[in-house]
Each structure stands twice: as structure tokens, then as C-alpha cells.
Design a protein around this ligand. Sequence first.
Ligand SMILES: *Cc1c(COP(=O)(O)O)cnc(C)c1O
Length: 342
Amino acid sequence: MQINLLSDTVTKPTQEMLKAMLNAEVGDDVFNADPTVNQLQAKIAELFGKEAALFFPSGTMANQVAIKIHTQPGEQLICDKWSHVYNYEGGGASFNSGVSCKLIDGHRGMFTAGQVLENISNREDIHQAITSLVVVENTANKAGGACWDVNELKRIKNICKEHGLAFHLDGARLFNALVAKDEEPKQYGALFDTISICLSKGLGCPVGSLLLGSKKHIKKALRYRKVLGGGMRQIGYLAAAGIYALNNHIERLAKDHRNAKRVSEVLKAVDYIKKVEPVETNIIIFYTKDFIDDVDFVNRLQIENILITGMGEGKLRMVFHLDVSDQMVEKLIQVLSKLKFK
Ligand SMILES: *Cc1c(COP(=O)(O)O)cnc(C)c1O
């Protein structure tokens, strides 16, 4: 039995999801002729109270297209120094949109409205890049699945309005935040101009992300997706997995959160761990004591068939998901409790 805690992207479709995929009615989506894709897009738009949505092959492409919609070359977006759009999208903001990122030194991947205000450039000063977009990430991945305070997001939204800035949410794991904080999708739909959501993380689909926004934004997004080579054909098979996940895999995220919490308590109790970051959703970030090499630690677990990620600088990560069974959690706790280091 392998226990794969590398990411929530490692899940494989369940039998029921596969059945839904096989039974999908499909057509050529580049001709807007795939009924299942249209059904998924309408379903998610309605859920968040947005006018429209568009299916994407990846969250990266959805974020990149959002940045493209909201900016002109030479302009600047504001994001946290730990954000996915800055760290993990291959420099796409500059490659695709010709914009720079103004990085906020936030707390656990999150920042305040005051910090946004401080980082908006002066439009009257020709030396400065024009600020046009603010990007936030919920949950904040690099911070261990931390959840934003919706009231802070409202304050940031007001600043965006006052200064004519677009507001984009990288919601790769937004459903984890909604479940953890017992919040409504429509609250988020009302706050952001565009939202990206991954179907291929906690929701358990093999592929797919969605971008939500106004009709005008999604019309532009359709063109940019085509330019990036993201126009796909009979993807109703993938959209069917998305519909299945929205119907069946949202509430169960609470189970991943409980598992992560429980294992984090075990990590806090053993004598070889230095620090465990607060666990709010399905991710645990922790550090071993200084005398233990983090690479050695990852290898020790690998011998027990447990896969976790070393993020460098002693930072270690476990991610809980659909394919982590109760039996696996028991085995994991057993192994962690017994590990000895000299
Ligand atoms: C996974 C992820 C994305 C998108 O990643 P893809 O692998 O391109 O789907 C975007 N933002 C965050 C925070 C993520 O964790």
C-alpha cells in the first residue's frame, strides 16, 4: 500500500467518475458544440453568481489568461511573494502579458488592504509602471492551505474599485477554503472580476480548470485560450468528470481537512519535529529538528512507502486528498509515532 501525500493532484478518477465520463455526450468544443462542456460552464457560473465560465486544460493557463485580460504590456500586477502566479507559472506573467509583479511581503501568503494601497504605483509619475491588477490566492498553497479572511478581501475589493484595478482570485483550492470556513461561492463571485478554480486538485478530476467572469471577460478569455493552444475538441469527457466532482466531491473535502488536522497533532507530539504550521485545510507544512536532514527524513518515509514533499530549507509538506483512505491514515500515524532519530 503506497501512501502518496505529494499533492492533491495525484488522485485517480473513481469508478463512478469514470462511468460519468464514459457516458458523456460530446461534440467539438472549438465549435462550441460540446453540450457537456457547456453544462459544466453554466453550472459553475451559476454556483458563483457569475455570468460565464470557460473550461481550461490547467490552472496555470486559466490564471495566465486572466492576467492577459486585465493588463496591458508594461503594466504591473500586485501579488504575494509566495503566490503561484509569481513562483510557479514559469514567468508566464511577463512571457504572456509583458507585465511585472509587485510582490507584497505578506503573512502566510496573505496580505492586507493597507499593503495593497502602499504598493499601488503613482499614475502621474512616468517612471513607474501602471498598476492594473491585484491577484490573491485562496487557499494559499505555499503557506500550507491557509484561508483568507473574507472581510479583508472585501476591504481589498474596495481599494481595487477606488483605484480602477481588476481583482483576480487564484482559487485553485477555493472549495477547500469554502468548506473549511463554511462560506458561500456567491460571496466570492461578488468580490472578484475573475476566479480560476482547479478541478484536478481536491475535487479529484484527472484534468481541468475553470475561469469565471463576466460575459465580456470570458469572450476575451476564449480568444486568448485559443492563442495559447488551449482550444480542445471532445472534452465533454473531462467536463463530465468536473460535473460529477461538483456534485459529489465538495463536502467530502472536510474529511481531508480532518485527516490533515489529526496527523498534524501527531507530528506536534513526536520528539523529532521542530514546528508544525497551523492546519486549516488539507495541507500540513512542518519542519524537522535541526539535527535531522530533511532529505533523509523524506527517504525514511519512502522506505515505508509514504511519499511526502521536501520543499527546501527544511520545509516539508503532506497533502491529503480523495485517495487517502482511513487505513492509510492509521498506517501513517503508526509509522510517524514509531520513527526514531539519534
Ligand atoms: C495547482 C495550482 C495552480 C494551477 O496549477 P496547474 O498545475 O497548472 O493546474 C494555480 N494556483 C495554485 C495556488 C495552485 O496550487
